[in-house]
Write a protein that binds this ligand. Structure first.
Ligand code: PLP
Length: 350
């Protein structure tokens, strides 16, 4: 068939999501979902909102914006709702990145960023992380219109100190996006930098820490002028009635989210220690996963496959910096026990 697509779309590959297996019996530690259920207030809010599905939702999702503004100590006008934080990232690239612009980000990081750059047909520049996974200073020389920093980073779980993010944002002429999909498992957030840094956008997700990956809700916090401009490029109703109600209930129940995040941090510390005792080197993680380095790419891939045969899913990335690693989502203590037992079994047979 004739190729009707724009050349950049024809050339590109779409994003590859982690495997969602059918049928039961799997221990799923591959896509960083939360092992605990969302706040009970979420279900109640969805049932109530379902009464009104005949009517369009509020285009801006103002009840959520108000609730989030209260939680984060910002104004309602500084909050933007998204259909997952992937939608927030899409709106940002759609609004700021054209064919003459550069989007830059450290490497390795979340593999959606290059996909978004290709859709926009803008240039993407990847700057290698240093060995300590701090801020790559080369990002300042990219002349980027938009720099995206996943902080904590995926798939490493490492963190760029907030002071470095602030100094970098001051020095950059373009927009800095801090993708905080995992920040509730970390020590500090860049949200408080938004007040002084007018070129900073902080992106948040309800998928991981609020246990709502199936719902699709994310949001951004930034200067009101940036949020205003981003509103112009979103779908008119990018968040629906059920998700606005559910996300509002979830964000109001900070205690529930914090309790689960605390549990996950404790399991993360225990798993890190156990993996180290087994001979893996594990980067210090502030996310709900750890990156465990085996000896080489061959053994990491073999372990990944052997675990999969035992119905345990972790994530393997065929990327030069991490192709000797396994990324393991922090599950419940029972799930982690099952993983460790299977790992011991697999390693003894290799
Ligand atoms: C999971 C993830 C997201 C996407 O989150 P959604 O809100 O589910 O779209 C964004 N950024 C990073 C780094 C992620 O790992």
């Amino acid at each position: 068939m004739k190729d009707y697509f724009r050349p950049n779309i024809s050339r590109m590959k779409g994003y590859t999501p982690g495997m969602q297996p059918r049928g039961g019996g799997w221990t799923k530690l591959n896509t960083n979902e939360n092992p605990y259920p969302p706040s009970p207030a979420v279900k109640a809010a969805i049932i109530e909102a379902a009464e009104d599905l005949r009517k369009y939702p509020d285009p801006a999702g103002n009840v959520f914006r108000k609730a989030a503004a209260e939680v984060f100590g910002v104004k309602l006008e500084q909050v933007l709702c998204g259909n997952g934080s992937d939608d927030i990232l899409t709106l940002i690239t759609r609004a700021f990145c054209g064919p003459d612009d550069v989007m830059a980000y450290p490497c390795p990081t979340y593999s959606l960023y290059p996909v978004l750059a290709r859709i926009q047909d803008c240039k993407s520049v990847e700057v290698d992380f240093p060995d300590d996974y701090g801020l790559p200073m080369g990002l300042l020389e990219t002349n980027a219109k938009v720099v995206i920093l996943a902080n904590p980073n995926a798939p490493t779980g490492t963190v760029i100190p907030l002071g470095d993010v602030a100094a970098f944002t001051s020095s950059l002429d373009g927009i800095v996006v801090v993708d905080e999909a995992y920040v509730d498992f970390a020590d500090e957030s860049a949200v408080r930098l938004v007040e002084r840094h007018h070129n900073l956008i902080v992106s948040r997700s309800l998928s991981k820490s609020y246990s709502l990956a199936g719902l699709r809700f994310g949001f951004a916090v930034a200067d009101a002028k940036l949020i205003d401009g981003l509103m112009k490029v979103k779908d008119s109703y990018n968040v629906d009635r059920l998700s606005i109600a559910a996300a509002t209930a979830a964000i109001r129940d900070q205690a529930w989210m914090q309790a689960n995040a605390g549990r996950i941090r404790r399991t993360r510390a225990a798993l890190t220690a156990r993996l180290r005792r087994m001979g893996f080197s594990v980067l210090p993680s502030q996310a709900n996963f750890v990156l465990a380095r085996s000896e080489d790419a061959k053994s990491a891939r073999a372990i990944f496959r052997a675990l999969k045969k035992r119905k345990i899913l972790v994530r393997y990335f065929d990327h030069r910096r991490v192709d000797d690693c396994l990324r393991i989502t922090i599950g419940t203590d029972e799930e982690v026990d099952r993983l460790v037992a299977a790992l011991k079994d697999v390693l003894s047979g290799l």
